[in-house]
Structure formats: C-alpha cells, structure tokens
Design a protein around this ligand. Structure first.
Ligand SMILES: C[S@@+](CC[C@H](N)C(=O)[O-])C[C@H]1O[C@@H](n2cnc3c(N)ncnc32)[C@H](O)[C@@H]1O
Length: 173
C-alpha cells in the first residue's frame, strides 16, 4: 500500500472511531474476573453491537476471534479494581447475578449511567462483590439449566438496557 493510501485509511479509521464514540450509550460492562477469554471476547462483540461506552476488565486478555474484529473499535479499560474505577466514573453498579437480593430483569429500570457487573463463569459472583453493587438483577429462567453462560446473560441485559434507553441511531450496515 502506498503512503497516501495508508494516510487515508488511518484518517478514515480515526473518523469512524470518533463517530462511534459520539453515538455511544452511557452504560458500561465491568468484568471483575476476566479469565474466560472467549466469554470476554463475546462480551466485547456485544458491546460493539449495542455501542456502549466502555468495557472494564481486570486484565487485558480476550479471545480476538470471539470479538469478531470489534476490539479495536471499543473502549477497553483495564483496571486492577474495576469496581473502584466504575465508582469513580459515577456509574450505578448493577450486579448481574442470581441472588436472594435480585430484581427480575423485566421489573428493573436501568439508570442511564449503569455499569453491568458480571460474575465468574464457574464461581459466579461473591456476596462481597454483590454488596458493593447498588442493585442486583436476574434474568428469569424456566428450563432445567441453572444458569446462562455469562456472555449470553450480559447480551440479554445489554439488550434490555438498550430497549429502555434506545434512541435513533444510524448503522454501518
Ligand atoms: C454460568 S453463571 C455462574 C454459575 C455459577 N456456577 C453459580 O452457581 O453462580 C456465570 C455468570 O453469568 C451471569 N448469569 C448467568 N445466568 C444468569 C441469570 N439467569 N441472571 C443473571 N445473571 C446470570 C452471572 O453474572 C453469573 O455469575
């Protein structure tokens, strides 16, 4: 590729990122134990689909294939203490967990500046982590399986957030 073409694509890329950033919804996802790289990649892909503000991870690891190429377009923030960071940013912290304190998803009104805090794929979320959050929400289930995969659960919660806070936006398709 010749130099003018490289410059064109670099400028075009910056324009596209700027445009995406100007249209983001003011919510975020926090992954305090981002160990399962495919799940983290899947969440990044969903975050891009719904154009949320940022994804907060405790380490910079995710499966690139699972992101479907979206990682470069997203705001991925790596923080040792994701809860502390989310608190400082002024997000209302929403634990996504099956818990005695939880509110069914369809009875919950998401504050605009929500951060959805996810649990660990195997261990779930500790009570200590739940206590640090402002609300706990649960996706009602009816079948035999006891829980959803964390990336699936996050997608459902983000979809509901977008349904409540949707606005006219253009698509790149
Ligand atoms: C596979 S689940 C964890 C299961 C774990 N064995 C347990 O018993 O807690 C992984 C994560 O997905 C989310 N999750 C899964 N199903 C959910 C549901 N029905 N409602 C809310 N969150 C859910 C939670 O964040 C949970 O910590």
């Amino acid at each position: 590729m010749s130099k003018p073409q490289i410059k064109f694509w670099s400028e075009r890329r910056q324009e596209m990122k700027k445009d995406l950033d100007s249209r983001r919804l003011p919510c975020a996802v926090a992954i305090p134990q981002s160990k399962f790289v495919e799940n983290v990649g899947g969440i990044i892909r969903t975050a891009n689909a719904f154009l949320i503000q940022e994804i907060i991870l405790d380490r910079a690891v995710y499966n690139k294939a699972a992101t479907a190429g979206t990682a470069n377009w997203e705001n991925i923030q790596v923080e040792e203490d994701v809860i502390e960071y989310a608190t400082k940013k002024g997000y209302v912290k929403i634990a996504l967990e099956q818990h005695s304190r939880s509110i069914p998803l369809w009875d919950f009104e998401f504050p605009a500046n929500s951060v959805i805090v996810t649990g660990h794929e195997v261990e779930g979320m500790s009570d200590e982590m739940v206590e640090q959050c402002d609300y706990v929400i649960e996706i009602p289930q009816y079948g035999l399986v006891e829980s959803l995969n964390v990336a699936t659960a996050t997608s459902i919660a983000l979809y509901e957030y977008c349904r409540q806070h949707r606005r006219e936006t253009k698509s790149y398709k």
